[in-house]
Ligand binder design. Structure first.
Ligand code: HEC
Length: 131
């Protein structure tokens, strides 16, 4: 909360309810080293305001689901936390702050709900949407 992460990662899921630009302060791919620059929701909506906008992921069980970001460009959690602070908030975190935030993220690990374990198959349209 002190760092500002909860401005985006908020609510019961610690995220998951909003879309936001990835790269508020600086281009995300310079920090992640992503090979392909994904334009995010812009590719679907063609709205210039959606350029580099992605879903803010829920952080529950995040320690169980590496690698991180839409393209898996951050292999481990401490790296994802540093990138987030840098490109979303313009902050360089020291090792202690990174350790504290990573420890907090590990505290979000818990048993999966029955609903998740028996997720229904997605409609076929979801797989054929993009040209
Ligand atoms: C301005 C909004 C915003 C702020 C502030 C923000 N995030 Fe994020 N976060 C996002 C978005 C959007 C993504 C998705 C990026 C992607 O998919 O490439 C994300 C992704 C992540 C991920 C990767 C999750 C996954 O499953 O891949 C982690 C971990 C994370 N954020 C932690 C943090 C932490 C810790 C902070 C504070 C240092 C923070 N975020 C601040 C918007 C934000």
């Amino acid at each position: 909360m002190d760092t500002g992460c909860s401005a985006c990662h908020n609510g019961a899921g610690v995220g998951g309810g909003l879309f936001q630009k990835f790269g508020v302060i600086e281009d995300y791919w310079k920090a992640t080293g992503s090979n392909d620059i994904d334009k995010g929701r812009f590719d679907v909506t063609k709205n210039p305001g959606d350029m580099y906008v992605f879903k803010i992921p829920a952080l529950r069980n995040v320690a169980m689901t590496p690698p991180y970001f839409h393209d898996g460009s951050a292999p481990i959690l401490p790296q994802a936390v540093r990138v987030m602070a840098q490109v979303q908030l313009g902050k360089r975190l020291n090792d202690e702050d990174v350790d504290d935030i990573v420890a907090f993220l590990h505290s979000l690990t818990g048993p999966l709900s029955k609903e998740i374990l028996s997720a229904p198959p997605l409609p076929a349209a979801a797989f054929t949407q993009s040209e």
